[in-house]
Design a protein around this ligand. Structure first.
Ligand code: CTP
Length: 233
């Protein structure tokens, strides 16, 4: 049985990754994929991944191409893994040509062709408009649309009246399509709704003049959820 190993970050799994895994698998009978840990990527100065190490491993697992998935946590691990797992072939994409020749003392090294024009970095760097929702009376929505509708980088794609807030679950499901919601009016239970939205990673923007006060607890929730909570003056 020929055992093959390959390593990578596999953030935002894309066609280049899948082709690489297919080619790696075709080199032998058993494929081990080493996914770099978040901490190791930080140490080696790699740009922060959008997906966590667990999500990246799960995505690689879902391709069905890996027979075994391991976490790569430190620089010298490759040589250790190759010996420990009895690996015959080490492979990576041609962007690494020559870099891993030193592992040739343990197994065969193969640099595979890289798929052109695609990379996690390119996908991460893509600019897209923030999608926003507006919640409030028709008058306030109209006013806000005039103010923000044209703002560069913000696209208002959802609108809701106050009456929809009586069905918070349906409201949250609808607002999950946007990155942030402009909440234009206060209502009994607005704090709970804001909290629920933040827990679903829907950012909230509201205004002081509408009676909203900055709430440090909500700000902490937003921070934990990597989303936005902003009370405008
Ligand atoms: N790979 C490939 N073709 C691409 C992108 C990646 O064959 N277009 C290969 C790499 O050579 C490596 C594996 O996929 O063997 C995992 O690479 P990784 O660094 O996770 O992917 P990139 O998209 O290059 O990521 P980044 O932009 O963050 O460097």
């Amino acid at each position: 049985m020929t055992k093959v190993i390959t390593y990578g970050t596999y953030d935002l799994l894309h066609v280049g990754h899948i082709r690489l895994l297919q080619r790696a698998k075709a080199l032998g009978d058993y494929l081990v994929v080493g996914v770099t840990s978040d901490e190791y990527d930080r140490q080696r100065g790699k740009q922060q991944s959008v997906m966590s190490q667990d999500e990246r491993m799960e995505a690689v697992r879902a391709t069905g191409l890996a027979d075994e998935i391991i976490l790569e946590t430190h620089a010298k691990q490759k040589a250790e893994d190759i010996q420990r797992l009895g690996i015959d072939i080490f492979t990576v994409g041609s962007d690494w040509e020559g870099v891993f020749d030193y592992l040739g003392e343990f197994c065969k090294i193969v640099y595979l062709p890289r798929t052109p024009h695609v990379s996690s970095t390119a996908v991460r760097g893509r600019k897209r408009a923030l999608l926003a929702g507006l919640v409030g009376s028709p008058e306030r929505r109209k006013e806000t649309l005039q103010a923000y509708g044209m703002a560069h980088g913000v696209r208002i794609t959802e609108e809701a009246g106050m009456e929809e807030l009586e069905r918070p679950q349906e409201f949250i499901t609808r607002m999950e399509k946007v990155d942030l919601v402009f909440l234009l009016e206060q209502f009994p239970g607005s704090r709970e709704l804001i909290e629920e939205a933040l827990l679903h990673r829907i950012g909230i923007v509201c205004e002081y003049r509408d009676g909203f006060r900055y709430d440090a607890e909500l700000a902490k929730t937003a921070e934990r959820q990597h989303t936005m909570y902003y009370v405008m003056d």
